[in-house]
Ligand binder design. Structure first.
Ligand code: 13P
Ligand code: SF4
Length: 366
């Protein structure tokens, strides 16, 4: 066993083909000690090595069920944190590139949410009696811990309306962060009028709202969004419908309200894949989610005569997830095979315990 871990510099210069060979060799050495979990947005040259794939909910369940010593997460930081929180203490969660974050998750921090909670208290009284804090799984572990501590819960794109029902069964209002679009669409699906949802802008005093506006709102929507999904616009759907009247439209709920409203189906990445795979042969689809997923799916269903079209005219990739490339994967797998743990994601124990409370509430409710 080498005394120190191999540095990434030696792998950075590898040609893609060499990196692929070294991934395969390291995996053969590791055998069942390592499991590779891959999100659907992962680039093709990494995705091909996946043992298991899924949306955020499925991947969190898979991480909780895994017995592997190393959970190598080819996704983004919050996903590897969830894997660490839900797996057994002796298991090790790895993120091949620590820079693989989620820009939406970064739009809410514990300091800003704690400030919001204090401002709500000053505006309308003790928020612990009034609001259920709901965090989208695309958030840091300390925000999940905040929800665990304050009677709140985590949701994903596949269970958000159900989680809102759980929340409203406990308290009259919801503070939803960080994705305003998922919150708005899920509230709408529950029948909450748009004028009973208000946007909380964390960069403004009191979120930019008056006490009356907060009192009137059933859901406060944190002013966060996904930089990939914000590229999809209603006009893209209208043009498609004009050109292909029989075509079908499916979108991820991180897209804006008009895009969701104009879509035939709205759901998580796993839902999008399943819906198109199960659709009738010869159907045509316009898809509003990340490009790696859409391109892969288009190839997979082509033999059945299905046409899958990307919603935006420009490239929309999750560039942070894309940082996990074959070179980083080869680097971390070879180190693991040599007995060196690199890029471990380890949530502090107290935070993990509280975050697990909020995650388990979600897993039980969905
Ligand atoms: P899913 O849970 O639907 O895979 O979404 C995760 C995500 O980050 C979408 O941008
Ligand atoms: Fe985050 Fe958007 Fe990437 Fe999803 S697509 S991981 S929300 S930045």
């Amino acid at each position: 066993m080498p005394a120190t871990a191999m540095q990434f510099d030696r792998f950075n210069a590898l040609a893609d083909e060499q990196a692929q060979e070294r991934i395969l060799a390291a995996r053969a050495r590791l055998g069942k000690r390592a499991v590779l979990l891959c999100h659907h947005y992962q680039r093709a040259d990494v995705y091909r090595h996946a043992d298991l794939t899924g949306d955020s909910l499925k991947l969190s369940r898979l991480a909780a069920q895994s017995d592997a010593e190393f959970i190598v997460f080819c996704g983004v930081h919050f996903m590897a944190e969830v894997a660490d929180i839900l797996s057994k203490p002796e298991q090790i969660s790895i993120l091949p590139d620590l820079a693989a974050g989620c820009s939406m998750a970064d739009m809410a921090s514990l300091a800003k949410v704690a400030r919001c909670w204090r401002e709500l208290e000053a505006l309308v009284g003790d928020p612990d009696g009034l609001f259920t804090p709901v965090t989208y799984i695309n958030s840091s572990a300390d925000l999940k811990a905040f929800c665990g501590e304050h009677g709140g819960i985590v949701c994903t794109s596949s269970n958000a309306p159900k989680i809102l029902e759980w929340s409203f069964a406990r308290r009259g209002k919801v503070l939803f962060f960080p994705d305003q679009h998922l919150g708005r669409w899920s509230g709408h699906k529950m029948g909450i009028p748009l004028d009973e949802m208000a946007v909380w802008d964390p960069d403004l005093e009191n979120g930019g709202l008056t006490a009356e506006q907060v009192r009137r709102a059933r859901i406060l929507l944190w002013k966060g969004f996904c930089s990939v999904h914000q590229m999809f616009q209603a006009g893209h759907i209208l043009r498609f419908r004009n050109e292909h009247p029989a075509g079908l439209v499916i979108s991820h709920p991180e897209s804006n309200f008009d895009v969701c409203r104009l879509s035939d189906y709205v759901g998580s990445t796993e839902f999008i894949i399943k819906t198109i795979k199960e659709a009738a042969a010869g159907t045509r689809w316009l898809v509003g989610t990340e490009l790696n997923l859409v391109s892969r799916l288009a190839e997979e269903v082509k033999p059945e005569g299905k046409v899958v079209q990307f919603m935006a005219p420009m490239v929309c990739m999750c560039s942070t997830m894309g940082r996990i490339d074959p070179q980083h994967l080869a680097w971390c797998l070879e180190n693991l095979a040599e007995g060196n743990v690199v890029n471990r994601i380890s949530v502090p124990a107290h935070e993990a315990e509280l975050a697990k409370v909020a995650l388990n509430r979600m897993l039980e409710a969905s």
